[in-house]
Design a binder for this molecule. Structure first.
Ligand SMILES: [Zn+2]
Length: 203
């Protein structure tokens, strides 16, 4: 996921108190993987890999560990990028990275992490906001997403199963990346053509 050029105003209700972050996930970083990440090219719509459901992976497999490192490396060099999923680099598998720590709409968060085989366990409190995507470089869209989320997945390398509570912008980024792994783009979630906008500037 990438930041839209014109983030919407924060809307509505008073913010709930911060959820407790999962310390294991918050302390994770790509150094744990023990391999150097390589920069990968990002594919853009309508590449078929973007609309295919990714396969589940063995999070301990060396190729998955390498992919995790590559995703983080590619996210890091991409301005405005707050998450990148394996299908976006041409790999039809359920692996993605997220890091919303630098984003102005972030509240509490887990820093940089990679999840394999992630699934949404609980979601609530939908809110509409603008999203962008490196695989859809010319458009942004207004997408309704849950602002409170519980996600379960596995860490690459160790294969530990982790459950984390996310809110606000991190919750949005997680739903966007899990969607990629299931073969959906934000365009599939936007509420019709009026919710799709031309991107005026590249981030
Ligand atoms: Zn995306």
């Amino acid at each position: 996921m990438s930041s839209p050029e014109a983030p919407g105003e924060a809307r509505g209700h008073a913010e709930p108190p911060p959820e407790t972050v999962n310390q294991r996930v918050a302390e994770w970083n790509e150094a744990e993987l023990g391999v150097e990440g390589t920069l990968l090219g990002v594919v853009t719509a309508p590449a078929p890999v973007l609309s295919a459901e990714g396969s589940r992976v063995d999070p301990t497999a060396p190729e998955v560990v390498q992919l995790a490192a590559d995703l983080v490396a590619t996210m890091r060099v991409s301005p405005g990028c707050v998450g990148l999923a394996a299908p976006q680099v041409g790999e039809s598998v359920k692996v993605f990275c997220v890091d919303v720590s630098e984003h102005p709409k972030t509240r509490d968060h887990h820093g940089t992490f990679v999840l394999c085989n992630a699934e949404v366990i609980e979601s609530s409190r939908n809110e509409k906001a603008r999203e962008g995507c490196m695989s859809v470089p010319d458009l942004t869209g207004d997408v309704k997403r849950a602002t409170r989320l519980v996600v379960r997945g596995q860490l690459p390398g160790t294969g530990e199963t982790v459950t984390l509570r996310a809110n606000a912008f991190e919750a949005r980024a997680l739903q966007h990346e899990i969607d990629h792994c299931d073969g959906f783009l934000f365009l599939d979630r936007a509420a019709g053509a009026h919710a799709i906008h031309a991107r005026k500037t590249y981030l």
